[in-house]
Design a protein around this ligand. Structure first.
Ligand code: LLP
Length: 387
């Protein structure tokens, strides 16, 4: 995946380093957009997956919107080419200052999570003499069949407006001069969803909720079904781009919007994960009692997913590749941080490694760099962008 010319350049660079394949990123975004356009669907890129300025510039240039979860994400998205009128703002804990930032920019919609939040947004909008467009986030109680830390659509999760508050939300929005306009319904059930029947179930729930609102006289212009498309972490080279055609086809088949209702998506991981790899050098090889450790110069501080979710990321050796399978060695690939959870993978078969060898930890473009920390006072990250 990395050409020898680029590898030679990277050899001069300090690691840990985030490597971004911008042509693959562009191909991914244009594929997703073309497939969405077939059905007239709108995509908002979930900025939380990766807010690196270069990544944002590439994505905004493809003409899709943004999904932000903080005031600073809104500022960052606008600064790097996204149209404020195509930004949605989600999050269970929006501060007054963040709401004011969003109002000032005139974003497309606040995805609202409670009656109390609705009132705060309304008050701030009135103070600023602006109108706030709101979408009500509904928790559809669907099991996304993914890691419990990234499941959001169950009753037990903190997300979404409580059912018994919905009527009150509607009447509040429609009190005179509430400062609010209802523009949509919002759903999101989880992330890294690989069982696509989950999306079919989501469509059916959205239809039910849409009917509930229509029965009360509201045909909202936007049905926002969130994100969550899972990627292939085990074989990033055979499936670098998600099958967006099949994904959107599910919504076309099972979602039944009324005439004039637009369908919106908030895709994060599926747009950026496979364009990024964390590159790291082997610092030491330690042959332990029962296993061999490969100790890297990158750790959970640069890529938290394995430690936090026991997530699998494929590990490739970039420098020691010409070896037959029989000659591979089994390693526990670990980082330098003083935590036993600082492990990228156990029982990993790799060519025999030595100090200085370069490894790529794959599919790190989403929730990689953005979840990095300076714990242990680590070096700031280094980057390489394949143009
Ligand atoms: N919309 C909402 C309301 C969300 O909460 C999320 C992700 C997305 C859209 C984008 O979902 P995606 O298409 O990326 O699955 N740090 C975790 C993932 C957390 C996802 C949080 N919400 C991880 O590394 O797996």
């Amino acid at each position: 995946m990395i050409s020898t010319t680029i590898l030679e350049q990277i050899q001069q660079e300090e690691t840990p380093l985030y490597y971004y394949d911008l042509p693959l990123l562009r191909e991914t975004i244009t594929t997703a957009k073309a497939q969405a356009d077939r059905w007239g669907y709108h995509i908002h890129y979930a900025v939380k997956a990766n807010f690196n300025p270069r990544i944002l510039q590439e994505i905004s240039a493809c003409g899709i919107g943004a999904d932000c979860v903080s005031g600073l994400e809104i500022e960052q998205a606008v600064a790097h080419g996204f149209q404020a009128s195509e930004i949605v703002f989600a999050g269970v804990g929006k501060t007054d200052r963040e709401i004011q930032t969003a109002l000032k920019h005139g974003i497309l919609a606040f995805n609202v999570e409670s009656l109390e939040e609705l009132k705060v947004i309304g008050n701030l909008a009135r103070e600023m003499q602006l109108e706030a467009r709101v979408a009500l986030r509904i928790n559809p109680n669907i099991d996304a069949q993914t890691h419990h830390y990234i499941t959001t659509g169950l009753d037990e999760n903190k997300f979404g407006i409580l059912m018994h508050e919905l009527e009150a939300c509607l009447s509040f929005i429609h009190t005179a001069a509430s400062g609010l306009t209802l523009v949509g319904l919002h759903f999101h059930v989880g992330s890294q969803i690989t069982d696509w029947t989950v999306f079919k179930r989501l469509c059916l729930k959205v239809n039910e909720w849409n009917a509930w609102f229509i029965a009360r006289g509201y045909i909202v212009p936007i049905l926002n079904v969130g994100g969550g498309v899972g990627i292939n972490y085990t074989q990033p080279d055979t499936e670098p781009i998600v099958d967006f055609a099949s994904y959107f086809a599910i919504f076309n088949q099972f979602l039944t919007p009324e005439k004039g209702q637009q369908v919106h998506f908030e895709l994060g991981r599926s747009l950026v994960a496979n364009c990024g790899s964390l590159l790291s050098r082997v610092l030491y090889i330690k042959n332990g009692v029962n296993k061999n450790f490969a100790i890297l110069d990158a750790g959970m501080t640069e890529l938290l997913r394995p430690a936090l979710y026991q997530a699998y990321h494929k590990i490739d050796s970039l420098t020691a590749t010409e070896v037959t399978l029989e000659k591979t060695v089994q390693y526990e690939v670990v980082g330098p941080i003083c935590e036993s959870s600082d492990c990228f993978g156990k029982n990993i078969q790799l060519p025999p490694l030595k100090r200085g060898d370069l490894l790529a930890i794959r599919s790190a473009g989403a929730y990689g760099e953005v979840m990095a920390s300076r714990y242990n006072l680590r070096q700031p990250l280094n980057y390489y962008f394949k143009e």
